[in-house]
Write a protein that binds this ligand. Structure first.
Ligand code: GAR
Length: 191
C-alpha cells in the first residue's frame, strides 16, 4: 500500500507544490491531505489543482482538541510534512507521529532559527550578520521551534552584492530540489 503524506502549510506552498508534483505518479507514496491554519493560504488552491483534499483549522482546535490527530489517523497518514507552517506543533501531534514529522527551514540551523524566524526575516538577519554562507535545513520536529535532529543541510555562498531576493531565490531552489527527495528517502525506510 502507498504511504500517505499530510502537508501542513500556512502560506504560498511552493514547497508543497513540489512535493505534490513529486508524488503525483509515485508508487511509493501519495499526498493524502493538505492542512492549513490560514484560510487565505495559496497552498489551498495548489492542493485543489492536484485534486488533493484540504482542511482548514484554527488555533483553538489545533491546541485544545484532538481533532487534527484524529483526522490524520482516520486518513491513515504515515508522515507529516511541514512546509512553511508557522505554528508550533502541539504535544498530542508529536506523540501520535514520533519521528514522523519533518520541517524545512530556510537557514543553516542552529543559526537563524527559533520563534519568529521565518521567511524574509531569516534572510534579512543573514544579510545583516554579513554571513558568507547560507542554506537550508530539513529536520525532525520536536516541541521547540527549529530544534529537532537535522536530516539534511544544503549550502550556498552569499556573494558580495547579493540582495535579499537573490539569497531567497538560491535557498528556494535548494528547498524545491531536496525536500521531495529527502521525504522519499525517509519513506523508503518505513516498513
Ligand atoms: C520556506 O522557505 C520554508 O523554508 C520557510 O517558509 C517558506 C515557505 O515557502 N519555513 C520557515 O521559515 C519555518 N520556520 P513556501 O510556502 O513557498 O513553501
Amino acid at each position: 500500500m502507498k504511504k500517505r503524506i499530510a502537508i501542513f502549510a500556512s502560506g504560498s506552498g511552493s514547497n508543497a507544490q513540489k512535493i505534490m508534483e513529486h508524488f503525483k505518479y509515485s508508487d511509493l507514496a501519495e499526498v493524502a491531505i493538505v492542512l492549513s491554519n490560514n484560510p487565505d493560504a495559496y497552498v489551498l488552491q495548489r492542493a485543489d489543482n492536484f485534486e488533493i483534499p484540504s482542511h482548514i483549522f484554527d488555533k483553538t482546535v489545533f491546541y485544545q482538541t484532538n481533532e487534527i490527530v484524529d483526522l490524520l489517523k482516520r486518513l491513515e497518514v504515515d508522515m507529516v510534512i511541514l512546509a512553511g507552517f508557522l505554528l508550533l506543533v502541539p504535544e498530542n501531534l508529536l506523540q501520535a507521529f514520533p519521528n514522523k514529522i519533518i520541517n524545512i527551514h530556510p537557514a543553516l540551523l542552529p543559526k537563524f532559527g527559533g520563534k519568529g524566524m521565518y521567511g524574509d526575516r531569516v534572510h534579512k538577519a543573514v544579510l545583516a550578520a554579513g554571513e558568507k554562507e547560507h542554506g537550508i535545513t530539513i529536520h525532525f520536529v520536536n516541541e521547540h521551534f527549529d530544534e529537532g535532529e537535522v536530516i539534511y543541510q544544503g549550502r550556498f555562498a552569499v556573494d558580495a552584492g547579493d540582495t535579499l531576493e537573490i539569497i531567497k531565490f538560491k535557498g528556494q531552489q535548494l528547498e524545491h530540489l531536496h525536500y521531495p527527495k529527502v521525504i522519499e528517502n525517509l519513506l523508503k525506510k518505513y516498513n
